[in-house]
Design a protein around this ligand. Structure first.
Ligand SMILES: [Ca+2]
Length: 510
């Protein structure tokens, strides 16, 4: 495994940060009052990274929708402008082997919030509206854990962990610890422009003027203003904008920026229909690129807000995507004109090949994470919960299997190897049902373990050289690991009996 770059000067900076932190304690900032520490935190952005807070950091999780591994400038895209996320990478650590726990939305989100491979929660596929699948009350989610720690908690954007945001028989974001939320179920209706399906704290908002990411950031910054005026408690923001999932729509100035890459006028599809209303037409990548740049600009608003209010140094940010992108391998009519990039990795959204699950990821934590560093540690979004438990200082649930592992050693620049392989269970578009990543190797298998593929991702990141017959010992070792984890998942004490979505379900209330 390669390790991140950490210069002698950076160790000096980190040592200086410890001295500053100790001095801050000695001059009277109380350890249990992070707001008092925050008021004196006004390091200019260009200064050596130091953290003046003595309390737990604020935490911002940014989980965007269907953004590909290759869709950011900092991850190699040659055209899409993403200056704000590139700045985040410059100021933090970039991860080149970070995975979504599923190639689709709902399972990934369940895993992010619980630290558990999604099949344990009963969520094995995306959750259609008005079906009976949900993230059950028995699950211990990040929202609950942060609330127990006295954090103010916020969700903005997309939930997609139940069948309906106004159902009384489904758990809602507040049941998972979110004090304030504004979210839609799965995707914007009719599309990202003037969406009609946002809810705020359980109340439908009807048609709202604007674009989904901008509306999500409006709510986020407004809530932060209110929270800061009312309380000195640290905050946990789960920011999940619905971009760049279909049906994309962006403000005209963003589309104009990429007009040279668009044929004709952008006309977003209308969601909620069963077939396209017009002849299908490929207009080029401009509209998709515009949507990613627009999303980046909205995230930039949050980064600017943290700077303006001297919160940057006291805030841990993790950015990633819930699954791989829709590429020009279009499989549904509503995907046409999405031009996501996997950076050359095989496959796309809904595949267990790398393109469906490897995603861009960045962590910024001033004073703790070396600016401009990079790690190729093998990580998953289900590692976020145990890592945040370590960062903030709360316990990981001990009454159930947790698949995630604490990767704070990676953030410190230390060598680290995970104890358990990464595991996926999902009926993908290629007929595979299982995937396993262990060290440099990846195994793919169908449900019966009849069809097996083995790849060495260090030598062959594009999964084109099949090794199952050539390296039988590795193959059999990974199959044994896979069977062991699959058995644990099948026998998970908290797994719901029924995990199959039943259409039309509204619960006992109807
Ligand atoms: Ca998604």
């Amino acid at each position: 495994m390669k390790h991140l770059r950490l210069s002698p000067r950076s160790w000096l900076s980190l040592s200086a940060a410890l001295v500053v932190a100790l001095a801050t304690v000695l001059i009277g900032c109380t350890a249990d009052d992070p707001s008092s520490a925050r008021e004196v935190s006004s390091e200019p952005e260009s200064a050596p990274a130091t953290s003046s807070s003595t309390g737990p950091p604020n935490v911002v999780l940014i989980f965007v929708d269907d953004l590909g591994y290759g869709d950011l400038g900092s991850f190699g895209h040659h055209t899409i402008a993403t200056p704000h996320l590139d700045r985040l990478a410059d100021d933090g650590m970039k991860f080149t082997n970070f995975y979504a726990p599923s190639p689709l939305c709902s399972p990934s989100r369940a895993a992010l919030l619980t630290g558990r491979t999604p099949f344990r929660t009963g969520i094995q596929n995306w959750i259609p509206e008005d079906t009976n699948v949900q993230l059950g009350e028995q699950e211990i989610s990040l929202g609950k854990l942060f609330k127990e720690q006295g954090y103010a908690t916020f969700l903005g954007g997309k939930w997609h962990l139940n069948g309906s945001l106004d159902s009384e028989v489904h758990t809602q974001p507040e049941d998972h610890g979110f004090d304030h939320w504004m979210a839609l179920h799965a995707f914007a209706l009719p599309n990202h422009r003037n969406p009609e399906n946002f809810y705020r704290n359980g109340e439908p908002l009807g048609r709202v003027e604007g674009f989904t990411a901008g509306l999500t950031l409006d709510e986020t910054l407004g809530w932060l203003d209110q929270h800061r005026a009312a309380s000195g408690a640290p905050f946990f923001v789960y920011l999940a904008p619905p971009e760049p999932h279909s049906m994309i729509a962006s403000p005209p100035e963003y589309n104009a920026r990429y007009g040279h890459l668009t044929n004709g006028e952008p006309e977003p599809f209308v969601n909620g229909t069963t077939e396209p209303s017009d002849d299908l037409e490929a207009r080029g990548p401009g509209e998709y690129y515009a949507n990613v740049t627009y999303l980046d600009a909205q995230i930039g608003r949050l980064l600017d807000y943290l700077d303006e209010h001297q919160l940057t140094n006291d805030t841990f940010i993790l950015f990633t995507s819930d699954n791989g992108p829709v590429t020009t391998d279009w499989r549904h009519w509503w995907e046409i004109n999405l031009y996501g990039s996997t950076g050359g990795l095989r496959g796309r959204k809904a595949d267990l090949w790398e393109g469906g699950i490897r995603v861009p990821a960045i962590v910024r934590w001033p004073g703790r994470v070396e600016p401009g560093s990079e790690s190729d540690a093998v990580l998953s979004a289900y590692d976020v919960l145990p890592t945040l438990a370590s960062v903030v200082g709360f316990g990981v649930p001990e009454d159930r299997p947790i698949d995630g592992e604490d990767f704070t050693a990676v953030l410190r620049g230390e060598s680290w190897e995970r104890e358990r392989p990464l595991y996926w269970e999902f009926d993908d578009d290629q007929g595979y049902h299982y995937a396993l990543r262990k060290g440099r190797y990846k195994l793919l298998a169908d449900k019966e373990l009849d069809r097996i593929a083995l790849y060495d991702l260090e030598r062959d990141p594009f999964e084109v050289v099949q090794l199952a017959a050539r390296e039988p010992e590795v193959r059999d070792e990974l199959i044994a690991d896979l069977q062991s984890i699959a058995e644990s998942v099948a026998n998970d004490p908290f797994r719901p009996e029924s995990t199959v979505a039943r259409p039309g379900f509204r619960g006992d209330a109807e």
